[in-house]
Ligand binder design. Structure first.
Ligand code: KG4
Ligand code: ZN
Length: 364
């Protein structure tokens, strides 16, 4: 019964989106943020409540999956209440529920997915399954109201690093990706080896501003002739460098290591992204994911964009990390493309990546 109602409502909403406002509730719980948002027409954030668990996990030096799941469970009811209250909406005024179903920690995803299914069933609303990585790209539709595909996209998060050609809201091609660590993961590991703690990226970024790029870690172009990346080499070099200094009892120039690492790694990322964007007819680059908050990435990409005639877009800093609004936005653009409808048998897909997402898009 629910299946037929959800399918009919989904098709009706797709049609109605041309003539009336559509309100989507977005639920995100893939890692250590429990977030629920209400977004109008995929572009306007009415509320975006984020309950972060950073302090809880910091003492362990990283996210503890079981602890994350429990905290999602404890937070999710009040996050929903607050998201609806801030938006000035009730559940009866919501048109569809969008939820992150992957990638992420299985137990953490389970909380959001089950909660979304329960809400969808209780209110007989369509459920839209959203890939977290695509959500990060859609954060840009919320920040940059005029932005439309086609464009080239650089996704840099804790779990993914990729260059994509976004052909339409529901169509993309992979240009390249990391062959080992993700950029955010590399930042976190460098931070850990320097004793900066969790979460590492923002700390390395801060220390880099106090230091000088005077240690050569990257001497060659990364995987030349491709749009692929590799970060494990530079990470290992830094770990070895710090280890040797420690063994010799020497002082560790933390700020200079951060500045050198950040400058050199970001230069590689900027060069490849700009190269791909110059080649593309759109001459537009859209950046998404937690590392899109990085100050050097923003500064260098903006400059390279100006120098090369490429328009560069970033999400607002508060939308670059994990949040429900980006999931609601991506859910909306799936809905208007007639994609992404999930039913009550939806289960988390912890390891989904962009290649599997492409296969899914083709099948639906
Ligand atoms: O997108 P995100 O919030 O979660 C995932 O989907 O993985 O990204 C988190 C990643 C972490 O690795 C974090 O260290 C990194 O983004 N990050 C940064 C900065 N802010 C967050 N990395 C470098 N510079 C920053 N300012
Ligand atoms: Zn993320």
């Amino acid at each position: 019964m629910y299946k037929e109602i959800a399918k009919a409502k989904f098709a009706k909403l797709q049609k109605e989106s041309k003539t009336r406002d559509i309100y989507i509730l977005g639920i995100e719980s893939s890692c250590d943020e429990t977030s629920i948002a209400v977004v109008k027409n995929g572009r306007e954030v009415l509320s975006n409540v984020i309950a972060t668990q950073i302090e809880i996990h910091a003492r362990f030096g990283g996210v503890v999956p079981e602890v994350a799941s429990r905290n999602h469970l404890m937070a999710i009811d009040s996050v929903l209440d607050e998201a609806l209250a801030q938006a000035g909406k009730t559940l009866d005024e919501i048109d569809a529920i969008a939820v992150t179903y992957g990638a992420g920690l299985v137990g953490a995803l389970m909380v959001g997915v089950n909660y979304a299914k329960a809400l969808a069933y209780a209110k007989q609303l369509p459920l839209i399954a959203v890939n977290h990585i695509k959500g990060h790209i859609s954060a840009n539709y919320l920040t940059n109201k005029e932005l439309q595909p086609p464009f080239v996209s650089l996704v840099v998060s804790g779990g993914h690093t990729a260059l994509l050609k976004i052909k339409d809201y529901d169509k993309f091609d992979m240009l390249g990706s990391t062959t080992d660590d993700a950029l955010g993961e590399c930042y976190d590991k460098v931070a850990k080896c320097l004793g900066l703690g969790y979460p590492g990226g923002v700390k390395v970024d801060k220390r880099a501003k106090e230091g000088v790029d005077n240690i050569k870690f990257i001497t060659h172009e990364m995987l030349p002739g491709t749009y692929d990346f590799s970060f494990s080499g530079v990470k290992t070099q830094i770990i070895n460098y710090v280890h040797k200094l420690k063994q010799a009892g020497d002082n560790i120039p933390v700020n200079d290591i951060c500045a050198s690492f950040q400058n050199q790694v970001i230069e590689q990322v900027v060069n490849k992204s700009i190269k791909a964007s110059i080649k593309d007819k759109s001459k537009t680059l859209v950046v998404g994911g937690g590392v899109s908050a990085n100050s050097a990435l923003r500064e260098k990409l903006e400059k390279a964009g100006l120098d090369n005639g490429v328009k560069v877009y970033f999400p607002q800093i508060k939308l670059s990390g994990d949040n429900g609004a980006m999931i609601a936005s991506e859910g909306y653009f799936q809905l208007i493309s007639g994609k992404g409808l999930a039913l009550l048998d939806l289960t988390p897909a912890p390891n989904i990546n962009l290649k599997s997402e492409r296969r899914r898009e083709k099948n639906i």
